[in-house]
Design a protein around this ligand. Structure first.
Ligand code: PEP
Ligand code: MN
Length: 337
């Protein structure tokens, strides 16, 4: 980092900064100018409080040189991460297609959807057994019963399964069924939950928070990775804006931006972004064109009867058509679908 001293800073002020930085193991290199001095400082700033340094006499500003997300960022790992989930990989040449209902409602419902999406080309099944609903009166999922249904359907069709975990106390149990754990948008900054899933080896699909910046999202990934689990996959699912015509606003720019800043794969979730089934396909195709490593699509065999997110769910036929429409786009950007 570079510490910029103000024009009133005395030699004693500069020495005090250097001595404070030395206490934290930093090497300092002051450059004395005509009116101002800047101090280059090299070291590990994890234990150092920038705010306290800023409060010291004579300091005008501090400019960090390295990004705060060391493990999630590209500065220390240049190559793209490819993450294994069951019998498939996310982040390689092949596009990932995660599909399934918002919630697991019954064995018949989930197994039928699983068979249909697999036949169309899905590579991972999704479904919620623990649902974070906006209303306390809405269906909140079948809980462990739902996980059992999901596991057996996944095994039957031969696809890995991804499901959300809401509570630190349930991480071990959910991980004993699932191949990939989802951290939902509402929990992106539930730091205890992030640390808990970080202690596991199962891959984590980390959704972007409803109103989170890309840096906050990458710092959430850093929480998980700093506990030892480097298998993190980002998922852009739309953010809150002033635009009411869709449920959220799909941030297409998040794809190239996170690709530049991070080596982690990124999946697009056009279903929760759009909130309306007829817009899902266009957003999915746009995301593939923009370089997403895959898509996550909500599919229901009878959307009008779905117990959650029916309005945004595609029927199996619509999903099949979307996969066919995505193929030439995948080809054009050099991905296999
Ligand atoms: C979901 O995937 O069903 C879900 C609840 O997503 P989000 O956390 O993005 O709202
Ligand atoms: Mn949903």
């Amino acid at each position: 980092m570079i510490i910029i001293m103000n024009s009133q800073a005395t030699k004693a002020d500069i020495e005090a900064i250097e001595s404070r930085l030395a206490d934290f193991g930093f090497k300092t290199h002051p450059i004395y100018g005509e009116t101002k001095t800047v101090i280059g400082a090299v070291g590990d700033k994890r234990r150092l409080s920038m705010n306290q340094l800023l409060m010291m006499k004579g300091v005008e500003n501090i400019v960090p040189i390295m990004k705060p997300y060391k493990l999630a960022g590209r500065e220390l790992q240049k190559t793209q991460s490819v993450i294994t989930v069951g019998n498939t990989e996310i982040g390689g040449n092949k596009l990932t297609v995660i599909a399934g209902p918002c919630a697991i409602e019954s064995n018949e419902q989930f197994t039928e959807i699983a068979k249909r999406v697999k036949a169309s080309g899905a590579t991972i099944l999704r479904g919620g057994a623990y649902k974070p609903r906006s209303s306390p009166y809405s269906f909140a999922g079948l809980e462990e019963e739902g996980l059992k249904i999901m596991r057996s359907a996944g095994d039957e069709v031969g696809l890995p399964i991804c499901t959300e975990v809401l509570d630190t106390r349930e991480v071990d149990m959910v991980a004993s069924y699932a191949d990939m754990l989802q951290i939902g948008a509402r929990n992106m900054q539930n730091f205890k939950l992030l640390r808990e899933v970080g202690k596991h080896k199962k891959p984590i699909l980390l959704k972007r928070g409803l109103s989170s910046t890309i840096e906050e999202w990458l710092m959430a990934a850093e929480y998980i990775m700093s506990e030892g689990n480097e298998n993190v996959i980002l998922c852009e699912r739309g953010i809150r804006t002033f635009e009411p015509s869709t449920r959220n606003t799909f941030d297409i720019s998040a794809i190239p931006v996170t690709k530049e800043l991070s080596h982690l794969p990124i999946i697009a979730d056009p279903s929760h972004a759009a909130g309306i089934a007829k817009y899902v396909g266009s957003i999915a195709k746009g995301a593939v064109a923009a370089g997403a490593d895959g898509v996550m699509i909500e599919v229901h065999n009878c959307p009008e009867k779905a117990m959650s997110d029916g309005e945004q769910s595609l029927t199996p036929d619509m999903f099949d058509e979307l996969i066919r429409e995505m193929k030439p786009i995948a080809d054009a950007v050099g991905r296999v679908l």
